[in-house]
Design a binder for this molecule. Sequence first.
Ligand SMILES: C[S@@+](CC[C@H](N)C(=O)[O-])C[C@H]1O[C@@H](n2cnc3c(N)ncnc32)[C@H](O)[C@@H]1O
Length: 452
Amino acid sequence: MNNNTNQQEISDGSSYPTLVVTKYMGSKKAILPFIAAELERLTDPGDIIVDLMAGTHTIGFALKSRCRIVANDIQRYSMVIGQTLLNYKPDPRFDGEALNHFKRYYTVNMRHLEELFGPGLSVERSLLSTKSNRHTTWTEYRDFCESYPYFMRPERPPGWDEDYLITFSRQRVEAYRTLNKLEPYNLFSLYYPNSYLGVRQCAEIDSLRYATDKLCDEWIPDHENEGYRSFELRCLLLSALIGVLSRANPGPGHWAAFPRVNQKNCNYLITQRRIPLLELFLRKVRSFEENLAEQDSRFTPHITKNEDYEVFMEEVHEYIRKARVIYLDPPYSQGHYSRFYHLIETLVRYDYPEISHAGRYRTDRHQSPFAHKEKVAGALGIVCKTARAAGTTLVISYSRGGIIPDQKAFVKILRGFYPRKKIEVKRISSEHSKLGQARRMKTEEYIFTCLP
Ligand SMILES: C[S@@+](CC[C@H](N)C(=O)[O-])C[C@H]1O[C@@H](n2cnc3c(N)ncnc32)[C@H](O)[C@@H]1O
């Protein structure tokens, strides 16, 4: 446990370490001992575990001191988290000159944005002010949020100068898309103000993102002799930024929707939007570094990829053959991760995407076959076939009430590829937090172990 953090990122209660970068649907943190003990039973120290859909890398982090991890996920943010959790060595620390330069870059971008988004920032400043003579009514704050401009807003927002509205125009965004890394960085300020974050918070995220690139692209390459490594440091800083977005999120642990201001939630939203993100970011970096310093692995570098599972299995076929276990933890409900976690995907890609829907999702979202009733058996079959052909044990975790509804239905699919005596099933009862709903749902978690 770390005393410097405002959230407990490491807990040793289970004897398996955890480091939570963001809240994540289907994270195995709550049932980690159940899954990790099974993987431990099936492996010897130094064996390879392939984590096919690694998400927030709960399993890899828990077992990286025992096994070599080859991890994959279709979402780019997952690879960033994986690099940090599995491979980052906090030596040297992100401190001293590197930190000073980072803060300088942050300030340069922030100054630009303070000019560019001045009108919005100044109204927000007065609405969020903590001065006792200023009381913001919930309708005032709602009207500000509802009438605020953003890129691709379908209707013209009332009350803003034409010059200010041009800032959010397609023409400007096209220029940012074409001229990659055009300055200042302002994607979040154009896309998400007064949705998942406040106006100033968007500018802070843009400036933190800018400082990350600037430091890793320009300053670090000249200081590699001091032990800094661009790619690793970039992943650590992006992971901390993901952590910041997760903490500042007014929603329940994903970004499928943001709350509209109303009488009930107004104070809460204002409190969230007052959180200063630079300070939060620096605390996250420090706490991640401290935690990672305690969780070394002699098997680094572990491998992290960002592919569709099918492409990945072909690409790393040698590892699949050599691995002792393939661990599959697929989506089990109809919601697509690409929708729930679009915001952190865009943070990592920073590519000024097309967006749609009230939730401002990127339009190029991946649709997983595991989240489709008609496709799930075929998708599962591809993994079974590959594991069998490679002679590698396959371990799958799944939840009752998913797209494949229960144990019987799941085993029926597995029986298309494995004889009954090769399939072992373990179960525990658990409660799902059902992000967004107060009531926790009782369910059962399964492990299906398919022996080669
Ligand atoms: C249940 S989550 C994994 C959770 C993870 N074990 C953890 O503890 O954080 C399922 C993951 O499958 C990934 N995924 C969905 N479809 C995929 C595909 N076709 N190829 C690779 N990954 C996929 C999602 O992005 C998501 O991170």
